[in-house]
Design a protein around this ligand. Structure first.
Ligand code: NAD
Length: 133
């Protein structure tokens, strides 16, 4: 299966490493430094197990900042961008997740999106109503 992961942090990159064993995995990232590391078979996150794995073998994960390339052929898209919680405002900043969904729907309206980012209750329902996806 062709899978795209949005955001190569602790959640996104570790999922990518697991899924790339059996699937074709791409990553959409905004941080150029992380993109270069991933494309050079280096981990963008500090994780001993992943570092040990990468020392032993090369894994096939392609990273890009180009939404067209990332979303065009993706059968499953997993969003794992940050949604920082502000306890004073009692509010999750879901802007990066909304942006990823918006960019995806500019390119296509099929496939499946999974949100792994932390989101408030009712967020998915609201997005589905707003976008019709
Ligand atoms: N579902 C779970 O099991 C679980 C567990 C822990 C954390 N989380 C949530 O997952 C999300 C990610 O957490 P993390 O610890 O991996 O964060 P992180 O800060 O380690 O990584 C986030 C990555 O997303 C990238 N990014 C930011 N905006 C982007 C955008 N618009 N497009 C593409 N990439 C973008 C950043 O450059 C970074 O590489 C958070 O919402 C967190 O609360 C979920």
């Amino acid at each position: 299966m062709k899978i795209t992961i949005v955001g190569a942090g602790y959640v996104g990159y570790s999922i990518a490493v697991l899924l790339c064993k059996n699937h074709e995995v791409s990553i959409l990232e905004i941080d150029q430094n992380r993109i270069e590391k991933i494309n050079n078979n280096k981990s963008p996150i500090v994780d001993e197990d992943i570092n040990n794995l990468l020392k032993k073998k090369s894994i096939k994960i392609k990273a890009t900042s180009d939404t067209n390339v990332a979303f065009k052929n993706s059968e499953l898209t997993i969003i794992s961008t940050p949604t920082n919680y502000d306890p004073d405002l009692n509010f999750f900043d879901t802007t990066s997740v909304e942006k990823a969904i918006h960019n995806y729907l500019r390119i296509r309206n099929d496939g499946t999106i999974i949100i792994k980012s932390t989101i408030p209750v009712g967020f998915t329902k609201k997005i589905r109503e707003l976008t019709g996806f």
